[in-house]
Design a protein around this ligand. Structure first.
Ligand SMILES: Nc1ncnc2c1ncn2[C@@H]1O[C@H](COP(=O)(O)OP(=O)(O)OP(=O)(O)O)[C@@H](O)[C@H]1O
Ligand SMILES: [Mg+2]
Length: 112
């Protein structure tokens, strides 16, 4: 099992969420986060002064999936979250040791 953590543009969440749900991935956790990538945010000039915005609001989605589903989930997120411009976000994948559904005590794959 793997945990997929995707940091995306907030306005892409509905598209990503509905495409994931359509493919059978319903359970997830989302967070409002602030971050920066390699452009270190952006800057704007206002009345001759430079204002830097280095931590930009983004949305983080976390979902745990079976190993066999990982490439499919990545493909959906990539396709639905992309605009082609800098700042489209990033996907991180982590191994998951165990899952327990509290209500039933089910573990592992059965608890996803
Ligand atoms: N190395 C990293 N570690 C942790 N979070 C990151 C990292 N790189 C990017 N992020 C997160 O992803 C968000 C979007 O990053 P972004 O898409 O700008 O990455 P990038 O590497 O600069 O790629 P691009 O050149 O396409 O903009 C950041 O605001 C930050 O929250
Ligand atoms: Mg960037």
């Amino acid at each position: 099992m793997k945990r997929v953590e995707a940091i995306i543009r907030a306005e892409k969440i509905d598209d990503v969420k509905s495409a994931l749900a359509q493919a059978g991935y319903v359970g997830m956790t989302t967070y409002e986060v602030r971050g920066r990538g390699r452009q270190k945010g952006y800057s704007r000039f206002y009345r001759g002064r430079e204002f830097r915005y280095d931590l930009l609001p983004k949305l983080k989605i976390e979902l745990v999936v079976d190993d066999k589903d990982i490439e499919g989930v990545i493909e959906i997120i990539e396709r639905k979250a992309a605009t082609g411009d800098v700042g489209d976000g990033k996907i991180f994948v982590f191994p998951i040791e165990e899952i327990i559904r509290i209500r039933t005590g089910e573990r592992g794959q059965a608890a996803i």
